[in-house]
Design a protein around this ligand. Structure first.
Ligand code: 8YV
Length: 328
């Protein structure tokens, strides 16, 4: 048996990056990419000093129950609602995520999803593939909603929200936002965005994009009551997390044409998608791919690897979430 430190790589990663890890560590890897059950995860975490995980791995007291040697859980994701941070901190384990490296890729995708939704791009493609396009028509082709000269409302104005706002300026959009706390004036200026209440945003935006982190307090930030405030011509895009939107209420509202359309990259209980959403044409569906370019996914894995390596070598990980553990 080698005396290299043991680590877990809980999901499939790029083979060359796995090979790099294998140079320094004894790696338990999951290149088959099967999702670990809570029992399997608990078992896999026992005896390792570090773990690379993703949103599919819930790291809580139960997962950590046998992880006596664990120094770090490095999420390959900026969002870390799969982490019970107080439980990880109580276990004396460092928790890290992957901010910054995915900001622009994710903002690009938010904008792409917004455009696809407003201009009915996937619906149009389904229509062609179904053999329904028999002639060009002024009124009987899928007619969408404009983006230029309309108001974009962003809920959650962190790095990705600000990235979307900057892209919207190029489209001549008027940008309003709502956030837990207001941005410093200089940041508002840089992205040309005006702070408003959530209610004003929902009432006045032509397009609403959700980019806030999931927390229990943000559960169903958008439900039937909030959708009722929106314009019947408005679109709603969720690239944040499943559970931020009440998907059942959204499906009902889309069915009744209470809003024009929605674009969803994340779902409550994903990879399951609410069956009513699957029946609708006025919703664009994507399988949680906002950060999914090869370059960015590699950068995310590399940052998670750097976090892991730092913690094991006794250096402070660059994107440490629970600094208390480091100080202790
Ligand atoms: C990840 C994401 O791909 O970073 C995030 O928060 O949503 C995505 O970029 C996904 O969460 C991996 O678990």
């Amino acid at each position: 048996m080698s005396n290299k430190p043991r680590i877990l790589v809980a999901r499939a990663i790029f083979p060359d990056l796995l090979a790099k890890l294998e140079e320094s560590y004894e790696v338990r890897s999951n290149q088959a990419d099967a999702i670990l059950s809570p029992e399997e995860l608990q078992h896999e975490l026992s005896g390792v000093v570090g773990a690379l995980v993703a949103g599919s791995e819930r790291i809580d007291a139960n997962a950590l129950a046998k992880a006596k040697d664990l120094k770090i859980v490095a999420n390959i994701s900026v969002g870390y609602n799969n982490f019970d941070v107080p439980a990880i901190t109580a276990a004396g384990v460092m928790a890290t995520n992957t901010p910054d490296v995915l900001t622009n890729t994710t903002a690009d995708f938010g904008f792409a999803l917004l455009m696809a939704t407003a201009r009915r791009i996937t619906e149009s493609e389904h229509w062609i593939r179904a053999g329904k396009w028999d002639k060009w028509s002024i009124v009987n082709n899928p007619l969408g909603m404009d983006l230029h000269n309309t108001t974009l409302g962003i809920i959650g104005m962190g790095r990705i929200g600000q990235g979307i706002a900057k892209r919207a300026l190029g489209f001549g959009m008027n940008v309003i936002y709502h956030n837990r706390s207001r941005l410093p004036e200089a940041d508002e200026k840089a992205c040309g965005a005006r702070y408003v209440s959530k209610e004003e945003l929902l009432k006045t935006a032509d397009h609403v994009v959700l980019v806030l982190p999931y927390t229990p307090a943000n559960h169903h930030t958008i439900g039937a009551k909030e959708i009722a405030l929106m314009k019947p011509t408005a679109t709603l895009v969720n690239i944040a997390r499943g559970g931020i939107v009440d998907d059942a209420a959204l499906a009902q509202a889309l069915k009744e044409k209470k809003i024009f359309a929605a674009g969803l990259d994340v779902f409550e209980g994903e990879p399951q998608v609410h069956p009513e959403l699957l029946k609708l044409q006025n919703v664009v569906l994507a399988p949680h791919i906002a950060s999914a370019t090869e370059k960015t996914r590699r950068a995310m894995v590399e940052l998670a690897m750097e976090n892991l390596r730092a913690a094991i070598d006794g250096r402070k990980p660059p994107s440490l979430i629970n600094a208390e553990v480091w100080k202790a």
